[in-house]
Design a protein around this ligand. Structure first.
Ligand SMILES: [Zn+2]
Length: 153
């Protein structure tokens, strides 16, 4: 699938309001922008976001609010920083946490493995299954702990 934009923040920096940066975005939005997912799509306080990150094993990461980036987020491994827009909801925090836990940046099968695992931990089996099925519908692989990194998409 070639080059992918890593984060929502970067995706918007050129002023492009792209529909979906890639298929991973398309799948997650199908799941988390639906009515049933409303509670997971509420803006989180920084305290709540930090609690999620701590439960994900990322207590030593820095979080920062990114003015103007609304519901979006980004992850920067170099200085262990996760940026969150003022309306970033639970699933975005988890998306960025999955980047932080993946060995490489990008939306590959290992990223999706972490994403599903963290969704299961924070939201429960129902949403983890919904997300897994959405990835499958889009032809996206989800790694298991023993598989190699898949293609980015
Ligand atoms: Zn991402």
């Amino acid at each position: 699938m070639g080059h992918t934009v890593m984060t929502y923040g970067k995706q918007r920096r050129n002023g492009q309001r792209t529909k979906f940066g890639n298929l991973t975005y398309a799948a997650e939005r199908e799941v988390f922008l639906g009515k049933k997912a409303r509670r997971w799509n509420e803006p989180l306080s920084m305290i709540d976001a930090r609690e999620i990150l701590t439960r994900c094993g990322l207590a030593d990461w820095v979080t920062k609010r990114v003015p103007g980036s609304e519901g979006h987020g980004w992850c920067r491994k170099a200085d262990k920083t996760i940026g969150l827009g003022s309306h970033a909801p639970t699933w975005i925090v988890i998306h960025e946490a999955a980047h932080a836990l993946s060995p490489t940046l990008g939306h590959n099968a290992t990223f999706r493995m972490w994403y599903v695992a963290l969704v299961r931990q924070e939201m429960g089996d129902y949403w983890a299954e919904r997300l897994t099925l959405a990835f499958k519908r889009h032809g996206l692989k989800v790694a298991t702990p023993t598989t190699n990194e898949g293609e980015q998409s």
